[in-house]
Design a protein around this ligand. Structure first.
Ligand code: C2E
Ligand code: CA
Ligand code: CA
Ligand code: CA
Length: 276
């Protein structure tokens, strides 16, 4: 039932399982969600581990569907990836995030950096760099304030990934390797990869204080990052104990419920504006 072109809709047939039907229904709704204004961007703070000062935020997309209610990204992002919808959705998130950050800047709230998740499907498009350039031009966003989060699979899936990432880096954009430790990175390509940051996956952070295996992995990621000169961001940090463990190892930035969940822009600004 896949591989149907843009703007086309799937139809039900009687023999389909309920699961498959639910999936098709969601995909059809997802196709129209952007133009119907059902998508929004929330922001989650990233803080300096040592000082607790706000250093940036990650943009995380939210879907509020009139038919389905609030749908978690874990349910619709994979669907968006499989159907190709992620290209227009991801590009919209990029533009909307830059627009928001620049609007804030114009009204006295300076977010030092903002992070946007990039799908392999976006990067694969030959026009991706042009699309990105156009967003930067249209919004006036300084590329030095933009960070793009990619997963290790990008390097496997996109044939000219190195060259593309190198071009992004030359534009002044920061690159972060997301969900680090969950994929199959080989050390030899990690060394050559033009990324500046590694994001330690929350599945390891959750084991701090209880799972010696997770702690050992975090220690080795920190050692690796130090010798290869990567900055490290830990995600899914929920407790002071986790934060202390990461701080002691020299982890640069923390992201997680301890410092704040992803919230709508107005709430984010209200929480993080420093009143002089
Ligand atoms: P991710 O990029 O790994 O984003 C981090 C996820 O962890 C977010 O889930 C965030 O809300 C959640 N999180 C942050 N701190 C904590 C914590 O302390 N505890 C726990 N339990 N969770 C925490 P979310 O927003 O549900 O997004 C899930 C995934 O969906 C993201 O994982 C990312 O892979 C994808 N995603 C979200 N927005 C976009 C987007 O605009 N484009 C693309 N391509 N993917 C996106
Ligand atoms: Ca991410
Ligand atoms: Ca992640
Ligand atoms: Ca993740």
């Amino acid at each position: 039932a896949k591989a149907i072109g843009r703007g086309q809709f799937h139809f039900y047939t009687p023999e389909m399982t309920r699961d498959a039907q639910a999936r098709i229904r969601m995909e059809n709704l997802l196709r129209r969600a952007l133009e119907n204004g059902e998508m929004s961007v929330h922001l989650q703070p990233q803080v300096d581990t040592q000082t607790g000062v706000l250093v940036g935020a990650e943009a995380l997309v939210r879907w509020n569907s009139p038919e389905l209610g609030s749908v978690p990204p874990s349910r619709f992002i994979p669907l968006a990836e499989d159907s190709g919808i992620i290209v227009s959705l991801g590009n919209w998130v990029l533009r909307e995030t830059c627009r928001q950050v620049m609007q804030w800047q114009g009204s006295g709230f300076d977010l030092p950096q903002v992070s946007v998740n990039l799908s392999v499907k976006q990067l694969e498009r030959p026009e991706f760099i042009d699309t990105l350039d156009q967003v930067l031009v249209d919004t006036g966003m300084d590329p030095a304030r933009l960070k793009l989060e990619i997963t290790e699979s990008v390097v496997m899936a996109v044939s000219d990934a190195f060259e593309l990432l190198e071009r992004l880096r030359r534009l002044g954009i920061t690159l972060a390797l997301d969900d680090f430790g969950t994929g199959y990175s080989s050390l030899s390509y990690l060394k050559m990869l033009p990324v500046q940051q590694l994001k330690i996956d929350q599945s390891f952070v959750v084991g701090i204080g209880s799972n010696p295996g997770d702690e050992a992995i975090i220690r080795s990621v920190m050692a690796l990052a130090r010798s290869l000169d990567f900055e490290v961001v830990a995600e899914g940090v929920e407790t002071a104990e986790q934060a202390d463990f990461l701080a002691a190892l020299g982890c640069h930035q923390l992201q997680g419920y301890l410092h704040g969940r992803a919230v709508a822009p107005a709430e984010f600004r209200a929480r993080w504006s420093v009143v002089a």
